[in-house]
Write a protein that binds this ligand. Structure first.
Ligand code: WQD
Length: 338
């Protein structure tokens, strides 16, 4: 079976590509490399011992996208490509609406032109907004609060409408909670350029003395230690969830939605403690005011994916911190990263 992974040189996409190759799927990577690097393709080959066909294509370039489908008989598409920074989306909403929406609509049109109707889409728990109750199930109310989250919300609605318009379509929406960590080999992972948005890359930079301290956004939440709680999930577990979705999609009709989380949350201070344990470093931190838009607690009810995808996350926060630190150590000097 030939699988196209859009954004396949990116953080999640590269881990999905590795898992697919290790399961003997044929993988084609499509990436525009604006937020990823070509060395990832080399390291995917080192990890798996397999070649992967890669195209430097922007999904906004419908002609180039069409050529990829002309050249390859693709069976399924796993769509990971997209801008994903909450903060950036607030400052540049049109960049997010243009890129994330138009690229996905282009992809679906070209898929349809080539009679490809199986799609696994990278969505996000950000579509839930501030939880009304916990844990979050796939039926929890949706309330995306920032342009990035609204693109995911809108794309879910677009893809659901598409799946209802033609019985040929089988579409799986995977709502990622907080992807963290890296492949145990330390050859692929996440390490955003500049000042990252997310907690783990920042903690890794503090541990590696690239940043002086971690600012903890809020110590007065209604949580056991006052800091925010999130459902962090190891990116390798997340990747496996995509392979399970791929292996299950033929049995599905129209569309399916799954939370990909561990089902338990960890606070910022718990993450700091685990990172200090795995790195042997002290993480200096200062508790400051809350970050606008943050919620106190978010974690998944992941039982639907367990039931219908036969998938559960297996790695805990210690593994996540260990592999994040290992990747940080191994990726020193990489000029351009995700
Ligand atoms: C986690 C916790 C912060 C940085 C976002 C997106 C989500 C997904 C993951 C794309 C919170 C605290 C963080 C810092 C801190 N991205 N924190 N100091 O906001 O839960 O989710 O990233 O799919 O869609 O919404 O992740 O890592 O930014 O924050 O105290 O310097 O760490 O307050 O409690 P978040 P995060």
């Amino acid at each position: 079976m030939k699988v196209l992974v859009t954004g396949g040189a990116g953080y999640v996409g590269s881990h999905v590509a590795v898992d697919l190759l290790e399961k003997n799927f044929e993988v084609i990577i499509l990436d525009n490399f604006v937020n990823s690097s070509r060395f990832v393709l080399d390291n995917i080959k080192v990890i798996t011992g397999k070649n992967v066909i890669a195209y430097n294509v922007d999904l906004l370039d419908k002609g180039a996208l069409n050529e990829v489908f002309e050249k390859n008989k693709i069976d399924v598409v796993i769509h990971c490509a997209g801008h994903k920074s909450v903060g950036e989306s607030v400052n540049y909403p049109l960049k997010y609406y243009d890129n994330n929406l138009i690229s996905t609509i282009n992809l679906c049109n070209v898929m349809n032109d080539h009679h490809v109707h199986k799609l696994i889409f990278s969505s996000s728990a950000v579509v839930y907004g501030i939880p009304e109750s916990l844990p979050l199930t796939e039926n929890s109310p949706l309330n995306a609060l920032n342009p990035y989250g609204k693109t995911k919300y809108m794309l879910e609605k677009i893809l659901i409408d598409l799946s209802l318009s033609n019985p040929l379509w089988k579409i799986v929406l995977l709502r990622y909670f907080n992807p963290v960590g890296a492949h145990p080999s330390g050859l692929i992972g996440e390490n955003p350029t500049g000042i990252p948005d997310n907690l783990l890359p920042i903690i890794a930079k503090v541990a590696d003395e690239e940043m002086d301290e971690l600012l903890v956004f809020g110590g007065d939440y209604d949580t056991p230690d006052g800091t925010g709680i999130r459902d962090y999930i190891h990116v390798s577990d997340l990747a496996k969830g995509h392979v399970h979705a791929l292996e299950s999609i033929d049995a599905f009709q129209k569309f399916k939605i799954f939370n990909l989380g561990t089902g338990r949350g960890y606070s910022v201070l718990e993450v700091i403690n685990n990172f200090e344990a795995v790195s042997g470093k002290t993480i200096p931190y200062r508790i400051v005011s809350r970050r606008p838009g943050d919620m106190a607690v978010s974690y998944a009810d992941a039982t639907k994916a367990a039931r219908e995808l036969n998938w559960v996350a297996t790695k805990d926060i210690y593994d996540m911190c260990h592999d994040a630190w290992n990747w940080k150590q191994n990726s020193k000097g990489i000029d351009k990263v995700f």
